[in-house]
Design a protein around this ligand. Structure first.
Ligand code: ATP
Ligand code: MG
Length: 426
């Protein structure tokens, strides 16, 4: 049984060390934006009771119908690896009484699981950063969610790659009236519907609008538009939203076919879309979901949020300068048993004095020559050399690797002074 190579589960990927610097740089920019706008992090379990997703996302959705990783726990309970974060976030807020008199701005981040057909930008384990707000019911919070995202795109240098599409789904009642019109329309073309759409015609006809099948597109183009079926209050909410976007100089287009793949949305929905990632062009998507809290057993609380697909965002940034990891300030070379010990101790004293110092200590032995090669490859501007002589004199030699300059032997205090003046540590 030994020797055969194991591979990761299809559609579930490792994020390798050459890619983590970009992920970390992106995550830190996203986090700074969230801090600045007053959003606080919540950390949620990856597994929830299956019922939670059925009751929130909706029985007749792609996710619940065919994408969930559901299993029976040893005690016979049906559990599911979370396919998205909103349901768990609402569950947690109700459970811990966070919604009383709520005016909450929350975010979370982590892996999500959906059994989809893997392709570029579509995986079975993927990562989302989710943002949720509870309490405010006006369009100003919808607009804030857009502004937060735009601020991220600017910071990340991709504002010109993302377009905002918006729509309004109105209220449940308005959607029901519209639904009848939609069923009537698609019924007259039933022969032209694909299998999925035929199935949805009576169970969840709005979802037909969301179809990715190119053969369905012209039929969908001709369908009645939900936005024409909205009542005055929904229209006013949408007008309020677009007024704020206009005032803030946000460019958007109204996409009447934007219905989102989950049942809990109402009123404002939006997607940030790019043309650079092929068919999987939606990077960030969300909207308002005013009835979900009540639906899951909480006091009625207006809510709005979005989820950002991290893999898609990161692949938009693949060639950006953010991808460069910061090289170490120094790479320590040690040759000889006494030098190895002295170097290790010296490195710790340096780290203690200069908490910002990035210092890599060579491990695994080798000649001066081979260690210098590693030092060079590390990108560090300086090699700190600990040989027999340095060890016996309790000093260290410093040699510039990226510019001309002499090698000098320094004692601890002079080394600290040298590093301080080179790198300006706080
Ligand atoms: P799509 O229409 O692409 O299937 P969705 O409507 O199912 O997306 P949401 O549930 O709204 O997507 O998730 C929000 C974001 O999470 C998406 O816009 C996308 O960026 C990302 N996302 C969703 N599913 C996947 C997946 N399987 N792999 C990678 N990213 C995903
Ligand atoms: Mg999907």
């Amino acid at each position: 049984m030994t020797g055969s190579k194991l591979q990761s589960v299809r559609g579930m990927h490792d994020i390798l060390p050459q890619d983590t610097p970009l992920w970390q740089a992106v995550e830190s920019i996203l986090r700074r934006g969230l801090d600045n706008y007053g959003y606080r992090q919540i950390r949620l379990p990856i597994v929830e009771k299956t019922e939670l997703f059925k009751r929130s996302i909706g029985e007749v959705t792609d996710i619940v119908e065919k994408e969930m990783y559901t299993f029976t726990d040893r005690n016979g309970e049906s559990l599911t690896l979370r396919p998205e974060g909103t349901a768990g976030c609402v569950r947690a807020c109700i459970e811990h009484g966070l919604l009383r008199g709520a005016n909450l701005r929350l975010w979370y981040q982590g892996p999500m699981f959906r059994h989809e057909r893997p392709q570029k930008g579509r995986y079975r384990q993927f990562h989302q950063l989710g943002v949720e707000t509870y309490g405010p019911k006006g369009p100003d919070i919808d607009a804030e969610l857009i502004l937060l995202a735009r601020q991220w795109w600017r910071e990340l240098g991709i504002a010109d790659k993302l377009e905002l599409q918006i729509n309004s789904l109105g209220t449940l009642g308005e959607r029901q009236a519209y639904r009848q019109e939609l069923v009537a329309y698609f019924s007259t073309f039933e022969h032209a519907l694909d299998e999925d759409s035929k199935r949805r015609l009576h169970s969840n006809p709005l979802r037909i609008l969301d179809s990715k099948n190119p053969d369905m597109q012209s039929l969908i183009e001709g369908a009645p538009k939900l936005i024409d079926y909205l009542g005055e209050s929904s229209r006013a909410h949408f007008r309020g939203f677009t007024d704020l976007l206009d005032a803030a100089g946000i460019v958007y287009s109204v996409n009447p076919r934007l219905v989102r793949g989950l049942d809990y949305y109402c009123l404002t929905v939006f997607e940030w879309v790019t043309g650079e990632l092929g068919a999987q062009g939606t990077v960030c998507a969300g909207g308002r979901y005013d009835s979900l809290v009540e639906q899951l057993g909480g006091t009625p609380t207006p809510a709005a949020g979005f989820a950002l697909g991290m893999e898609r965002l990161v692949s938009l940034l693949a060639h950006s300068s953010l991808a460069q990891p910061a090289p170490p300030h120094g790479y320590m070379i040690r040759v000889g048993a006494a030098a190895e010990k002295a170097g290790l101790v010296l490195a710790e004293r340096l780290r203690e004095r200069l908490p910002g110092l990035r210092l890599v200590v060579h491990a695994g032995g080798g000649s001066f020559k081979s260690q210098f090669k590693k030092a060079d490859k590390s990108g560090a501007p300086y090699a700190l050399i600990m040989g027999e002589e340095e060890a016996s004199r309790q000093q260290v030699s410093v040699k510039p690797l990226r510019k001309e300059g002499i090698q000098q032997m320094l004692d601890f205090d002079r080394l600290i002074e040298f590093l301080q003046s080179e790198f300006n540590f706080q």
